[in-house]
Design a protein around this ligand. Structure first.
Ligand code: NDP
Length: 246
């Protein structure tokens, strides 16, 4: 498939897990991709080299999503490097969890900075650079549809805020043919949520298909939405969760 030939994308958090697979998939579909990472420099450069070895175009950018200027700078660097800008995928994320009474205001600030403030700043900057018909794809979570246990209030709150943000972007940018969509993964086998981790059996119990998703399940949906098939889908959320929220 070469649906994205000539398009330029930025993926936040592309060094590992779902973001790395999104980066690889967009590049395989023909896009030139900038992607950010926070601390996993070796893995980020591994993704970059793998894509380049297959003849694709990608480059890694160190940028902490907790700092909006980092993400804004990454978009600008991508637009300059590849000469245009079409697709923004806000994927970088953390998973704060634990007893409510132990959550600090520093935890709240950092989580909201990464999951929401950075996404707002990135969308604003992306809109300035984006061609008409561009795409903004935000990675949310199935936990905004079904929260099956305690200790995840901050995470669920931060991901739920993407709903208003995404609907607003759809309205603000729709006249330019730019879409804004949330992809909500279910439990997906990554460092954040390993399929053999301590919470896995509990979470698996809610999945209609009975097993964890793989990063490529999410990446495939993102690539579809980024391509021609996504042109009339905006302002909504799409669960890719194996029936977790059913
Ligand atoms: P991983 O922990 O495997 O990877 C997280 C990625 O985000 C890494 O590339 C990491 O960079 C990057 N990142 C984290 N913090 C920052 C930061 N401050 N600045 C820049 N980059 C950062 O997570 P997943 O791949 O599992 O998760 C990806 C997204 O999917 C997240 O938004 C998560 O909330 C969401 N999600 C995941 C689910 C799952 O079950 N896995 C379920 C539902 C949603 P680095 O490598 O440098 O640390």
């Amino acid at each position: 498939m070469n649906d994205l030939a000539g398009k330029v994308a930025l993926v936040t958090g592309g060094s590992r897990g779902i973001g790395a697979e999104i980066t690889r998939t967009l590049a395989r579909n023909g896009a030139a991709v900038g992607f950010t990472y926070h601390s996993a420099a070796d893995q980020a450069h591994g993704v970059e080299k793998d894509i380049q070895a297959l003849g694709g175009r990608a480059f890694a950018i160190q940028a902490d999503s907790a700092d909006p200027e980092g993400v804004q700078g990454a978009i600008e660097a991508t637009a300059v490097e590849f000469g245009r800008f079409d697709i923004l995928v806000n994927n970088a994320g953390v998973f704060p969890s634990g007893p409510l009474e132990q959550v600090t205001m520093e935890d709240v600030d950092r989580t909201l900075n990464i999951h929401i403030r950075a996404v707002f700043a990135a969308a604003q900057t992306a809109a300035r650079h984006m061609t008409d018909g561009g795409r903004i794809i935000n990675i949310g979570s199935c936990l905004t549809e079904r929260l099956p246990g305690p200790g995840m209030t901050l995470y669920a709150m931060s991901k739920s805020a993407l709903t208003g943000l995404t609907k607003g972007l759809a309205r603000d940018l729709g006249p330019r043919g730019i879409t804004a969509v949330i992809v909500d993964p279910g439990p997906t086998d990554t460092d954040m949520n390993p399929a053999n981790g301590p919470a896995a059996d509990f979470l698996r119990g809610f999945i209609a298909l009975g097993h964890y998703g793989q990063a490529q399940d999410i990446a495939g949906m993102v690539a579809y939405l980024a391509g021609p098939g996504g042109r009339h889908i905006t302002g909504n959320s799409i669960l890719v969760d194996g029936g977790f929220a059913a």
